[in-house]
Design a protein around this ligand. Structure first.
Ligand SMILES: Nc1ncnc2c1ncn2[C@@H]1O[C@H](COP(=O)(O)OP(=O)(O)O)[C@@H](O)[C@H]1O
Ligand SMILES: O=P(O)(O)OC[C@H](O)CO
Length: 499
């Protein structure tokens, strides 16, 4: 009777419900984009209620359009854009402010003050992160400081904080369950990744009352059940949670120390499994929790690139170069090189390894002959260069050579980008048949908890590599192109946003 696990992948630009069968293949999916709000330069917000309606819409859509009944669904795995912060009223169920998105820079001032006060080493040591508007902690403070009456309500235990996983589960269980998992907690700037607990020192510096926080659970267990009103009369177990990048690492079956993957979505996130001991970065990377299952936590090193596929969306929607992101590949292939044009898409600052929240995007090397093709190609190349910046840092930190890179995510469908990536890294790039590793990972996590899937090891046989891209570019050309990129980044960093 139970034929599928349903993955709900709540990403930055869209929400997907994906049905995955016992063979580990995608049986059906449904996707919906939702509104992005840009209230000021560098700010990005979502409407948390719109996110919730998008979840209900894709859940209904995938079942109705494919004649699947709730009785056929074994369990639900939730995976989500990480760090994005929602605070809602426990009694009314209403968010007290828009969801502040991970990319948003509105807490840059709070971060500068914390750094000036000398708090960064403590945050680094306890959380594996650094002080940057990217993470949830300063976003919580910002909302509590600015929304009238919020701090008092928070102190009285009337408000709840959650990353998107917590918000969706709270809604599905109609207020019964307020939880998150290790992977999401490790992105809040409030969670001690060594002692596995919310950290009182960090809460105190950021002025966050503990009453707001969800209970932190493993990534694979039954947390609660959907209520009948939200699931066509059925109580389905919600049995897996992971931040989308960690879910992709799991979905790519990067179970062993030294396994790495890069996901090309809105941003790019390169994660390297570093095993049971956390590795500290000296090169601008983050230490984070890769997964927590059966009482065992695995760590990862992460390089977070804020803008990747969203730069292609910018070409599509703001510059109106094409109406489908796919066409960027045709433009790139129309020419043999970008002729010295570089695009540095620092729209919301630069993430790893630069961590420059004041930088903004720039274009260099334009001549009168520059066309849409040059700008499109240079934008795709920028995604590959940013990945090289991160991979170089990772190899230095981990002291190992990464000799193959597994890729996934929407923009990894772009063959030009994948070939250029392989050329610039001089490394094989392996792309699986299913690019939605995130959805796959969350489904595996839920299905392992309910024994729908047999074992973690058995999952490896369900996964197939579709294409491998091998380096073709000569070394001199590679070095010269990359050194142009490094100059472009240096020049970009000299121009600061007026915050
Ligand atoms: N063929 C393509 N070439 C380049 N970029 C693409 C292509 N297809 C999708 N994208 C980009 O990938 C992103 C969507 O990927 P997805 O994995 O769904 O992202 P997210 O989970 O962050 O919403 C969009 O930013 C889109 O512009
Ligand atoms: O939703 P995505 O795929 O853009 O991923 C966003 C990341 O989780 C942000 O840390």
């Amino acid at each position: 009777m139970k034929k599928y696990v349903m993955s709900i992948d709540q990403g930055t630009t869209s929400t997907r419900a994906v049905l995955i069968g016992r063979d580990g293949q995608i049986a059906a999916s449904n996707q919906r984009e939702f509104t992005q709000y840009f209230p000021r330069s560098g700010w990005v917000e979502h409407n948390a209620n719109e996110i919730w309606s998008s979840v209900l819409s894709v859940v209904a859509g995938v079942m109705i359009e494919n004649n699947v009944t709730p009785a056929e669904i074994d369990s639900i795995g939730i995976t989500n854009q990480r760090e994005t912060t929602v605070i809602w009223d426990k009694n009314t169920g209403l968010p007290i402010y828009n969801a502040i998105v991970w990319q948003s820079r509105q807490t840059a001032d709070i971060c500068s003050t914390l750094k000036e006060q000398g708090h960064e080493p403590m945050f680094r040591e306890k959380t594996g992160l650094l002080i940057d508007p990217y993470f949830s902690g300063t976003k919580i403070k910002w909302i509590l400081d600015r929304v009238e009456g919020a701090r008092e309500k928070a102190e009285n235990g009337e408000l709840l904080f959650g990353t998107i996983d917590s918000w969706i589960i709270w809604k599905f269980t109609e207020g019964e369950t307020h939880v998150t998992d290790y992977t999401n907690a490790s992105r809040t700037l409030l969670y001690n990744i060594h002692e596995l607990k919310w950290d009182e020192d960090l809460l105190s510096v950021l002025d966050v009352p503990a009453a707001l926080l969800p209970e932190v659970k493993s990534s694979s267990e039954v947390y609660g059940y959907t209520t009948k009103s939200h699931f066509f009369g059925y109580n389905i177990p919600i049995a897996g949670i992971a931040g989308d990048q960690q879910a992709a690492l799991f979905g790519q079956t990067c179970f062993k120390e030294g396994d790495a993957k890069n996901t090309y979505g809105t941003g790019c996130f390169l994660l390297l499994n570093t095993g049971e001991e956390p590795t500290t970065s000296s090169n601008g990377l983050l230490t984070t929790i890769a997964i927590g299952i059966n009482g065992k936590v695995t760590y990862a090193l992460e390089g977070s690139i804020f803008v990747a596929g969203s730069a292609i969306q910018w070409l599509r929607d703001s510059l109106e170069f094409f109406s489908d992101s796919k066409v960027s590949e045709q433009y790139a292939l129309e020419i043999d090189s970008s002729d010295g044009v570089y695009v540095v898409p620092a729209f919301t600052g630069l993430g790893a390894p630069y961590w420059d929240s004041e930088a903004r995007g720039a274009m260099f090397g334009l001549s009168r002959g520059a066309t849409k093709a040059h700008i499109s190609r240079a934008t795709l190349e920028a995604v590959a260069y940013q990945t090289k910046d991160v991979l170089d840092a990772m190899q230095l930190d981990a002291g190992i050579a990464i000799d193959r890179l597994r890729v996934d995510g929407g923009a990894s469908a772009n063959n030009f980008l994948m070939q250029f990536q392989s050329d610039i890294l001089q490394t094989n790039v392996e792309r699986p048949e299913i690019l939605e590793s995130t959805a796959l990972g969350a489904a595996y996590l839920a299905g392992l908890a309910t024994e729908f899937f047999e074992s973690q090891e058995a999952l490896e046989t369900l996964k197939k590599t579709d294409s491998t891209f091998t380096p073709l570019m000569d070394d001199k050309e590679r070095q010269s192109l990359y050194s142009g990129w490094q100059s472009a980044v240096r020049a970009t960093q000299m121009f600061k946003a007026d915050s």
